[in-house]
Ligand binder design. Structure first.
Ligand code: ATP
Ligand code: MG
Length: 266
């Protein structure tokens, strides 16, 4: 089904907008977003990261950026660079530990301001870290913004997979392409292989599996994501392979879209 809306906006100067989503909280979306953005940068792309978790922004800590440091030139807000990636988060504007107690409409407009009013430099990719659930942010993004696609994050347990299926159904219904599924925290504790099985069952590309690994957690807590800290780490290599697969997929989507537009015009 394709319900893409005619009024979906792209962001000038940004070639591909990619969201990282799951229905369940705490499965590693923010960790995947940061490491994936750095991996896309390592394979020679210009990359940004947008923290769309407006009420619970984690990107500043995970990227090692001091809260309150969002650069502004006059009225213009500019991203802050960390590990070669341009970052924007409400957590960069607010003093630490300030709760954001916004309701749905304000959250949606906050997201749009971060997308359309920030002075982004030219980017190949903007990775968007979504909050958990099929919230206002996810709906606004899927309906009003021209996404190249969504990466679904899940842990291997059945309860997480159940929620991942719901996220897939929502993006499918809204006509947003799904770039594939990443299994995170694979381990004896949580299981191994549930993500691959779910991807097969749902007809999605399986992008890879990231193990449950202390170095990953330490990277997120200390503001130096594992791919930035050590690009030879096996986990970093997996991230770089995933980034490569996403890059190829996005180029394919772009070619298909431009030949579709050409056909429409002739
Ligand atoms: N593969 C992994 N191995 C070890 N720790 C991990 C891994 N992935 C994520 N973590 C840790 O798990 C915690 C939750 O991860 P994260 O914040 O990225 O999840 P999330 O899906 O973004 O959560 P939320 O839904 O609250 O936004 C963090 O402390 C992170 O460092
Ligand atoms: Mg998060």
């Amino acid at each position: 089904m394709n319900n893409r809306q005619d009024n979906q906006r792209s962001v000038p100067g940004i070639a591909h907008l990619i969201a990282v989503a799951s229905n369940k909280g705490g499965v590693g979306k923010s960790t995947i977003s940061t490491n994936l953005s750095i991996a896309l940068h390592k394979i020679e792309n210009k990359v940004g990261i947008l923290d769309a978790d407006i009420t619970g922004p984690n990107i500043p800590r995970m990227m090692g950026i001091t809260p309150g440091s969002l650069a502004s030139e006059g009225e213009e807000l500019r991203p802050v660079e960390a590990h070669g990636v341009q970052a924007v988060s409400l957590g960069l504007v607010l003093p630490p530990d300030t709760p954001v107690v916004w309701r749905g409409p304000m959250i949606a407009s906050g997201l749009k301001q971060m997308l359309f009013d920030v002075k982004w430099s030219e980017l190949d990719y903007l990775v968007i870290d979504l909050p958990p659930g099929t919230s206002d942010v996810s709906m606004t993004l899927a309906q009003d913004v021209m996404l190249s696609g969504v990466v679904i994050a899940t842990t291997p347990q059945e309860v997480s997979l159940e929620d991942a299926r719901k996220a897939v159904a929502m993006f499918d219904k809204l006509g947003v392409p799904i770039l594939g599924l990443i299994e995170n925290m694979s381990s004896e504790i949580f299981g191994i292989g549930g993500g691959k099985n779910a991807a097969d069952e749902l007809g999605l590309d399986y992008l890879g599996s990231i193990p449950l690994d202390k170095d990953i957690r330490v990277g997120s807590d200390t503001g130096i994501p594992i791919v930035a800290k050590n690009s030879d780490h096996t986990v970093s290599r997996t991230y770089i392979e995933i980034a490569q697969a996403i890059h190829e997929k996005c180029l394919m989507i772009k070619n298909e879209t431009s030949s579709f537009v050409k056909r429409e015009l002739t």
